[in-house]
Design a protein around this ligand. Structure first.
Ligand code: SF4
Length: 429
């Protein structure tokens, strides 16, 4: 394990260095960060009631995670009661199996809110089964075309400046596209329009799930999640179990805190509440499923390490995260390392999420980059103590032998010479 581990560390370090030296990525990031920061400050200054609300949401999340097993059962029953189907996937492999069975092959699949899908590598599975897959969130669409990985949980292509987007779209259309942002948005709109209507299956994530009604909340500004969850005949929603809250009222509270911290708006342009498949009883009061919306609704609730997180008195806090992404923009290290700071999740909180959901190796180098400045905790709407969790993660990784060569040298020096520098005791006197 020693050598393989060390090779991996060297590779990760190279990846970190390449990020640090990539001016284009840093330009994209810094433009986005300054636009986000001023929008968020404006929104927060006009919403004083948020102060109270975010404390309430913290309480809701704490309660929900404490009762997570029971809430999963309630959610599954509620979804079945309204003629949907719900599943608990204990691992990424189980979730992939369910998705494969539900989608089959040779289908046209449109997607939105793909963060949890990224966690399990859903696109790879769909494509292996010969399905055609289109990401429809603009940011996800851009990175799908570029063959890249997301770099932010809310703005996955935040590192791609407009000039690069123009090059990508020019290649897609086989003609020059100007780097004017409204024109770029128009390209995506035109290109994806018929995909929504012709798709066999729509796959989304969820922002919140209300257990008592089995309602899926989708919060968005673009309007694509509505198409994805509404136009195709089958809707599959893949989301983590931590998104469940006990009631519809609780879900509405989370909903009010999310947009100002996520995108600096008072409320997102679209909020979809989905409770079961589409239906009508307009002819002789006889219920028929699949009127204008999907005939089938499948909710896959993913564990994949979340229960282990919930069992730990320190890491449990990561499950309270409502995925606003605000802490990433404020993190000085994220600004430099961007997408290399974690695997599918980013920033300090992303280190914890990546470690539990995709493996500790992926964060063993980046975890050392955290300066413990505490800015992430300060700006988090739920006051999540990410620096404490990162510290705990570092300790855990060291205990499991994930040491960089430099740390190993220091450890050896201390054990053999009694000091971290490897100096002979006599010389030190
Ligand atoms: S840790 Fe807090 S600030 Fe960061 S994404 Fe989660 S809720 Fe938002």
């Amino acid at each position: 394990m020693e050598n393989a581990e060390k090779d991996w560390i060297v590779r990760k370090r190279e990846e970190l260095k390449s990020w640090m030296n990539d001016d284009k990525r840093r330009t994209g990031l810094s433009r986005a960060i300054s636009a986000y920061t001023s929008a968020k400050e404006r929104a927060l200054s006009r919403l004083p009631e948020l102060e109270e609300l975010r404390k309430e949401v913290r309480g809701i999340k704490e309660r929900s995670i404490r009762e997570i097993d029971a809430l999963v059962k309630v959610t599954i029953d509620s979804v079945r009661e309204v003629r949907g189907e719900a599943y608990l996937a204990r691992s990424a492999a189980e979730a992939k199996e369910i998705v494969s069975e539900l989608t089959g092959s040779g289908k046209l699949v449109v997607k939105s809110k793909s963060l949890t899908g990224e966690e399990i590598g859903i696109n790879e599975v769909l494509e292996e089964n010969s399905n055609r897959v289109y990401e429809t969130d603009l940011g996800e669409f851009i990175i799908q075309l570029r063959g890249e990985k997301p770099t932010h949980i809310i703005n996955p292509s935040v590192h791609v400046p407009r000039e690069e987007v123009a090059k990508t779209f020019s290649k897609l259309l086989g003609k020059g596209v100007s780097p004017e942002i409204p024109e770029l948005v128009g390209v995506a709109r035109e290109y994806l329009r018929d995909k929504f209507c012709n798709a066999d299956i729509g796959i989304t994530g969820a922002n919140v799930v209300a257990a008592n009604t089995g309602t899926i909340f989708l919060v968005e500004n673009e309007g694509n999640a509505r198409f994805v969850s509404n136009a195709p005949p089958k809707h599959i929603c893949l989301t983590g179990i931590e998104k469940i809250v006990p009631t519809l009222q609780d879900a509405f509270k989370v909903l009010q805190v999310l947009p100002p911290y996520a995108t600096g708006v008072f409320m997102s342009a679209y909020v979809s509440l989905i409770t079961g498949p589409s239906k009508t009883a307009d002819i002789e009061k006889t219920i028929v499923y699949g009127a204008h919306g999907p005939k089938e609704l499948h909710l896959i609730l993913l564990d994949n390490g979340r229960t282990r997180m919930a069992e730990d008195s320190v890491f449990v806090e990561a499950l309270y995260c409502i995925r606003c992404g605000g802490c990433m923009y404020e993190c000085p290290i994220y600004r430099v390392l961007g997408g290399s700071f974690g695997n599918n999740y980013f920033g300090g909180i992303g280190l914890i999420w990546s470690a539990f959901t995709t493996g500790e190796e992926g964060v063993a180098v980046a975890v050392d980059a955290c300066t413990k400045c505490g800015r992430c905790k300060e700006v988090c709407p739920l006051g999540i103590d990410t620096p404490r969790m990162v510290e705990r993660l570092k300790e855990t990784l060291v205990k499991r032998g994930f040491l960089t060569p430099r740390h190993e040298e220091i450890k050896r020096n201390i054990l053999e010479k009694g000091n971290p520098f490897g100096e002979d005791e006599a010389r030190r006197d």
